[in-house]
Structure formats: structure tokens, C-alpha cells
Design a protein around this ligand. Structure first.
Ligand code: ATP
Length: 320
């Protein structure tokens, strides 16, 4: 394989730059020419494609976000749009494409392979950790650590004022960010979309903690269950303590990628090149039990990532 390209697509995630660097540097070490595509599939369609040089890759290993930029192009679901976009790859004789993103981005990649023979490898990059076939997606660990830092800070003020805080965290329809920030941050309650919950039980739990002499409560609310403000409204009148809501928002998506994110991004990035060199295509890379694994790329949207029930129950038990 002589020429490959990389793009980032969907929501950005810390560690995407680290993955781009690994793909490009590893490929260059094998004598492969590497093209960067700006703004995901939008840049493929608009011909925003340029050859990456070692200079482009300097100083990005620890930079959050994606220097290739990311975008959403709903029109890419249209086969004619894909046929138009692929012309910009073909004219540069690009045979392989590494797509860093979520399941939607992988879907687009799979179609490029099936319809136009471009060899594609997917690398899971999203803070949500919602892709089946991998224990961790790139960005999840960094975001988890940002949330943990926020919990510690909020707990200080929560204790001083003896308040109950509802902290709304990202994750889209997945509860992993809330679950593991509750587990590792000592959360006192957890609401995630994968599990039913009762407002009355939560209120009872908060009141019981106060009877035990506890001075604060930190409740993790995954955005997938709805607005934390609405949950607070439902708790009003049932909870004796004063309540506050903090929505962490986009601060969760920025910043220096963590060590774990950089390690998995680097290993997955290099492995994507190895797979392309072996002539493989239509695969996504994951990490399971600390080993790199591959699945058909369709695994990302055909299988649903389940939450770990034992971890969920442990978070609830320790939160009581
Ligand atoms: P995240 O989980 O961070 O949102 P994602 O990759 O799932 O990432 P999407 O917005 O679903 O994000 O998809 C990103 C892009 O991939 C879309 O804007 C579109 O260009 C392309 N895409 C998504 N679904 C399809 C599909 N079914 N067919 C072709 N292209 C698709």
C-alpha cells in the first residue's frame, strides 16, 4: 500500500491527535505517503485533503481535540455523495483510509469499502465509551478524569454548605461516564439510562444519609436520563437538604489526553497501519483485557455495548 488517508469524524475526543500522530508516523516509517482529510467526510467531499509531513505531527501527542478538525455530514448517507467524495481519494491513488470516530463514522467507512473498494479501518474515538468491541474508546479516560476533578471540587463546597449536588455528565445514551465517575469519585447516587430508577428511592437515600450525619451528597446524572434540573425539580419537596445542579458541559471534552488515552490511541493507530499493510479492511480495532482486538466494523452498530452490572451495583452499594 503506497498511499493512505486519515480523518476524524463525529464528536471530538481528547486523544484523537495522538491517534493521528501514531497512524501517520508509523505509516511514514514504512514508506507510506499519508494524507490528512480535514473536517471528516465533509473534507473528503470538498477535497480538503493534504499530504501530512513530519512537521504537522510535531507537538500534537498531548493536544486535546483534533487538528484535522471534525464535522458531521448527514448527506454522506447518500450513495451519490459518497461516489463524489471518493473521487478525491482515487485521484491521489489513496487505497487505505483510517477513520477515527464513532459508529456513525464507521458506517460511512464501511460503505466506502463495499461500494468503492477503499480499504478502511475504524479506530473508536469518542468520550462516551459507547462502542461495542472495546473496553475503552479514545477520550473516555481523559473525560472521566475531568469529571473526577470536578467531583472533588464540588464536594468541598457541597460539604461546607451541607448541600445535595446533582452533577450532569456527558455520555449521550450511554451511562459509562456517570457510572465510572460515581465509582471512582465516591458518588452518593447514580442515574444512568441503562437502568430504571425511582425518584422516591433516591430521595429516601439522600434523607437517610443526612440522618447518618453525612454533610453532602453528590449524585451523578448521565445526560441520557434527561436534564439534571428536571431531576432536581422532581426531588423538590422530597429531600430535606438544599439542592444544587451543576452541568459540566463541554469542559468534559477538552484538555490534555490522559496517559491511558495516549497509550491506546498510539497502539490502535499503529495497528491500523499494520492491518492495512496486511491487506485487511472493514475492521474496527478495540482493546479488551489490555489486548488489541479486531471486529468487523459493523460490530460497532450491530452490537450494543452493555454496562457492567457488577460495577453498577458496586457503585450503588458504596454510594449508600
Ligand atoms: P459520535 O459518537 O461522537 O457522535 P459518530 O461517528 O457516531 O461519533 P455521527 O454523527 O453518527 O457520529 O456520524 C458522523 C458522520 O459519519 C456523519 O455526519 C456522516 O457523515 C457519517 N455517517 C453516519 N452514519 C452514516 C451512515 N449510516 N451512512 C453513511 N455515513 C454515515
Amino acid at each position: 500500500m503506497k498511499n493512505i488517508a486519515i480523518l476524524t469524524s463525529g464528536g471530538d475526543a481528547p486523544g484523537m491527535n495522538t491517534a493521528i500522530r501514531a497512524v501517520a508516523k508509523y505509516a511514514m516509517s514504512k514508506g507510506i505517503t499519508v494524507y490528512g482529510i480535514k473536517r471528516g467526510y465533509a473534507g473528503m467531499l470538498n477535497d480538503e485533503i493534504f499530504e501530512l509531513t513530519p512537521k504537522d505531527l510535531g507537538g500534537i501527542i498531548d493536544r486535546g481535540g483534533t487538528f484535522l478538525l471534525t464535522a458531521r455530514l448527514p448527506e454522506f448517507k447518500n450513495p451519490e455523495v459518497r461516489a463524489e467524495a471518493v473521487k478525491n481519494l482515487k485521484k491521489r491513488e489513496i487505497e487505505g483510509l483510517v477513520v477515527i470516530g464513532g459508529d456513525g463514522s464507521f458506517h460511512g467507512a464501511d460503505l466506502l469499502y463495499k461500494e468503492h473498494g477503499i480499504k478502511v479501518i475504524g479506530i473508536p474515538g469518542t468520550i462516551d465509551n459507547d462502542i461495542a468491541g472495546t473496553d475503552y474508546t479514545i477520550g473516555f479516560d481523559t473525560t472521566l478524569n475531568i469529571i473526577l476533578d470536578a467531583i472533588s471540587k464540588i464536594r468541598d463546597t457541597a460539604t461546607s454548605h451541607e448541600r445535595t449536588y446533582l452533577i450532569e455528565v456527558m455520555g449521550r445514551n450511554a451511562g459509562d461516564l456517570a457510572l465510572y465517575s460515581c465509582l471512582a469519585g465516591g458518588g452518593d447516587g447514580l442515574l444512568i439510562p441503562e437502568k430504571e430508577f425511582s425518584i422516591d428511592d433516591l430521595a429516601m437515600q439522600i434523607n437517610k444519609r443526612r440522618e447518618q450525619g453525612k454533610l453532602h451528597d453528590v449524585i451523578l446524572v448521565a445526560e441520557g436520563v434527561g436534564s439534571a434540573f428536571e431531576i432536581a425539580e422532581k426531588l423538590k419537596g422530597k429531600v430535606k437538604s438544599e439542592m444544587r445542579v451543576t452541568v459540566l458541559g463541554h469542559i468534559q471534552r477538552g484538555g490534555t489526553p490522559s496517559g491511558l488515552d495516549r497509550i491506546i490511541a498510539t497502539k490502535m493507530g499503529a495497528h491500523s497501519v499494520e492491518l492495512l499493510e496486511e491487506g485487511k479492511s472493514g475492521l474496527m480495532i478495540g482493546i479488551e483485557s489490555n489486548k488489541l482486538v479486531t471486529y468487523p466494523i459493523s460490530h460497532a452498530w450491530e452490537s450494543k455495548k452493555e454496562i457492567d452490572i457488577k460495577d453498577y451495583e458496586l457503585a450503588l452499594t458504596l454510594g449508600h
